[in-house]
Design a protein around this ligand. Structure first.
Ligand code: G6P
Length: 369
């Protein structure tokens, strides 16, 4: 058992620390800086369909759905195709409008999630082209799709998904970049810049993992909290949702992720001196706005744990705890900003004596509808 865990106390921690490698594996053969373009074998036969798609519908569940939300930002931003992100279980029961010019992207680590599989079958019957992003080779979803790209993250044993998420986001980033290039919605210079930056992500994730000891101390401080709020905007909004999901899955602490500005329409009522708030406030186009959201929280005495870009001079004066992650391009930030949130939920769960790898009531793949 301990050999399988590679010396780590849990699979989840091993998988969190594998991410520099698994992200690299998910880019292998697809991103080559020597070449001026990206490769993704899976889309070759459907290139025209992708170029002419009138809409992309993403279907997934759980953490994979969060990767889908990141992809919505990426594809709309870089490839200018409208995207809808759907919970597979809702999509299939609401008589959705699907046409032959739609592309459905199904995201699934296991490739066995029953609701996602059923959503694929429905979309197929309406003539949409189905593209899969799966981790398990030869899985049911991989077989049911017209084309796809494997994430190559390696086996994920911990029930709470970590390395599969970052591999999904990496593959979806590459896909959005390729579509942007083919549709002419991003310039060659911008593409090149993103390629160079994407190439640095494994090293930046390694640096973010070095925050482990600091995050363990923060976990000590907050392990007895009964509620947590996670806030982020833009590309960091799906990361806030994922951070909250990780915490509730393995520590059984109630946690909610929210778009930082939407907080004013509800969660702000919950803030008092006992409410920990994890705010993802990296230096991007919504930075100033997030800073004012932090001020609103501070004025109500909420306890702020902020994830910021290295060298931030403003937020340390406002937040109780500051976690500095390496800075990267806004569109790639989720790959870095999610790392401290994975570690925080892990350490809190361990300190609370929870079964981190096999949380109660949860299954690694949900094969019932
Ligand atoms: C279960 C797992 C989650 C996972 C979700 C979707 O709830 O516990 O970790 O995100 O299913 O699974 P999939 O294999 O389709 O990505």
């Amino acid at each position: 058992d301990s050999i399988e865990k590679g010396g780590y106390p849990h699979f989840m921690l091993k998988e969190i620390f594998e991410q520099p490698r698994s992200i690299l594996d998910s880019m292998r053969g697809r991103l080559e800086l020597g070449a001026s373009h990206l490769n993704m074998g899976g889309i070759r036969a459907y290139e025209q369909k992708f170029i002419n798609a009138q809409r992309i519908i993403i279907v997934a569940c759980g953490t994979s759905w969060h990767a889908g939300l990141v992809a919505e930002y990426l594809i709309e931003d870089l490839a200018r195709i409208p995207v809808e992100v759907e919970y597979a279980s809702e999509f299939r029961y609401r008589n959705p409008i699907i046409t032959e010019r739609d592309i459905v992207i199904a995201i699934s680590q296991s490739g066995e999630t029953a609701d996602t599989l059923a959503a694929i079958e429905l979309a197929k019957s309406k003539g949409a082209t189905i593209f899969g992003v799966c981790n398990v080779v030869g899985s049911s979803i991989a077989r049911a799709t017209d084309a796809g790209a494997y994430t190559h993250a390696g086996p994920e044993i911990g029930v709470a998904s970590t390395k599969a998420f970052t591999a999904q986001v990496t593959v979806l980033t590459l896909l959005a970049m390729i579509m942007g290039q083919k549709r002419g919605t991003i310039t060659d210079t911008k593409l090149r810049e993103l390629m160079v930056e994407l190439d640095t992500i494994p090293a930046k994730v390694t640096k973010a993992l070095e925050l482990d000891a600091q995050i363990q101390e923060i976990a000590e401080e907050f392990k007895d909290a009964t509620n947590f709020l996670y806030l982020g905007r833009g590309y960091n909004f799906p990361v806030a949702l994922e951070g909250a999901l990780k915490l509730k899955e393995i520590s059984y602490i109630h946690a909610e992720g929210y778009p930082a500005a939407e907080m004013k329409h509800g969660p702000i009522a919950l803030i008092d001196e006992n409410m920990p708030m994890v705010v993802i406030a990296t230096r991007d186009s919504s930075y100033e706005k997030v800073v004012s959201n932090i001020q609103e929280v501070k004025a109500r005495k909420g306890r702020i744990i902020a994830v910021v870009s290295e060298g931030d001079k403003v937020i340390p004066a406002m937040a109780e705890y500051v976690i500095e992650v390496p800075h990267t391009s806004e569109v790639l930030m989720p790959l870095v900003s999610v790392i401290p949130l994975q570690l925080l939920s892990y350490h809190i769960a361990v300190l609370r004596g929870c079964n981190v790898d096999q949380p109660r009531n949860l299954a690694k793949s949900v094969t019932v509808e």
